[in-house]
Design a protein around this ligand. Structure first.
Ligand SMILES: [Mn+2]
Length: 406
């Protein structure tokens, strides 16, 4: 698998999309990479004559997928920066109704239906960890659609920085090609630093905007501001530059987050933290509302090395999953999002293989309480579980560890 086969597959996807109808639903993730990927595809597809309805999502969840495909009623659906792994679920819930194109860059499962084309870059050997952001992939799709879309290349770079694809000091591979296109157009400046490192500055809107803080701000808007119009403000800022609306929203969300995090921290210190043999856990409930459910993970990360936390125990925080999804309406579920992190010393034990990783522990237990699994890594994991089964989940994880003789 290679670049050539990826481009051929994109051409095939575009032909099928054009044949499937002009009304189109575009579903994208709500972090910086997802917002920019969504912005690129909305623009390129609209230029091509599609009538696009854009929906930002925090995560793929079967009832949400079902509603998207019910509402699409046979019109095409495009997913970006999510859904690669959920391809089989999407196939099942689509029931061969809509032609569905998945333009993701995460590890992916094979499609099980002819109506669903999964063009997740990983399937073509393009690494979504560092070589290609979802937004860069979206710009390649846009270029295949029409070369004029080269004016969208800078958005691929913003997405790549948002996903920290410059971890090694500079952007590489497909992201770098997008960067060089944008630099040639005078939209992004590359600043060379010591040790072969680089920094990027967005010059497209006049003045210098440092890309790293700008990308992080998009994730604040999209994630913390998910239910209060943040994704729209973020996408507008990507096309028109930071506006007074952007600045106001960002500072509102930043102070809301600070206030709620402080309150939650004080509650935990005042006895709100429950402790078991291997876990320290708490229920936030709707205490972070109206911020999105990605926030509970950020909070667990923030507090992991606080003095009042036990450095040897896993951390689990539960936040209510709202029943209202922007753009899709109300749902009937009664669920909590659980996010897990580990204190730094326990993280080292996981790396050394002395303690089990969260990528094993949480899925094993969550499935036993009828939960559904989010992305899980050794040191960070998340799932959705039914309300009321929080304590049972923690007990199950304690038992799983005990069974390992630890
Ligand atoms: Mn991404």
């Amino acid at each position: 698998m290679s670049r050539e086969s990826y481009i051929e597959a994109l051409k095939d996807g575009i032909a099928k999309l054009r044949a499937a109808g002009r009304d189109l639903t575009l579903v994208h993730h709500n972090d910086a990479d997802g917002l920019t990927a969504g912005g690129v595809l909305e623009t390129a597809l609209t230029r091509d004559g599609f009538k696009v309805e854009r929906i930002a999502l925090e995560r793929i969840h079967p009832p949400i997928v079902e509603r998207i495909h019910d509402r699409a009623a046979g019109h095409p659906v495009v997913y970006t920066d999510l859904a690669g792994r959920a391809a089989p679920v999407i196939c099942e819930l689509n029931r061969d109704r809509s032609f569905t194109l998945i333009l993701d860059h995460h590890p992916a499962e094979e499609s099980t239906s002819e109506k669903v084309l999964n063009l997740s870059s990983e399937r073509f050997g393009l690494s979504g960890e560092a070589e290609i952001s979802a937004a860069t992939a979206a710009t390649i799709f846009a270029l295949v659609l029409d070369e004029k879309n080269v004016d969208l290349r800078y958005l691929g770079v913003i997405g790549a920085i948002g996903d920290s694809h410059d971890r090694g000091g500079r952007l590489i591979a497909y992201n770098r090609e997008a960067l060089l296109d944008a630099a040639e157009r005078g939209e992004i400046k590359i600043i060379s630093k010591a040790n072969d490192k680089e920094e990027y500055v967005l010059t497209k809107f006049g003045g210098d905007i440092r890309l790293t803080p700008f990308s992080k701000s998009l994730t604040v808007l999209g994630a913390a501001g998910y239910t209060v119009g943040g994704p729209e403000v973020g996408i507008r800022a990507c096309f028109e530059g930071p506006s007074p609306e952007y600045n106001t929203k960002l500072s509102e969300l930043s102070s809301l987050k600070e206030e709620r995090f402080n309150r939650a921290l004080n509650d935990l210190k005042a006895g709100g933290l429950q402790v078991t043999q291997h876990h320290q856990w708490f229920i936030i409930g709707d205490g972070f509302s109206p911020m999105g459910v990605k926030i509970i993970g950020e909070f667990c990360m923030d507090i992991r090395d606080e003095e009042f936390m036990d450095p040897t125990k896993y951390i689990a925080g539960f936040q209510d999953m709202p029943t209202e999804i922007p753009g899709l309406g109300a749902f009937e579920w009664d669920l909590a999002k659980v996010s897990m992190r580990v204190p730094t010393p326990l993280g080292q034990k996981i790396i050394d293989g002395e303690m089990p990783g969260l990528d094993w522990l949480l899925p094993e237990a969550a499935l036993q309480v009828d939960g559904t699994i989010d992305a899980c890594h050794g040191y960070a994991a998340a799932a959705l579980v039914p309300h009321g089964r929080e304590e049972e989940l923690i007990q199950l994880m304690d038992e799983l560890i005990a069974k390992k003789g630890l």
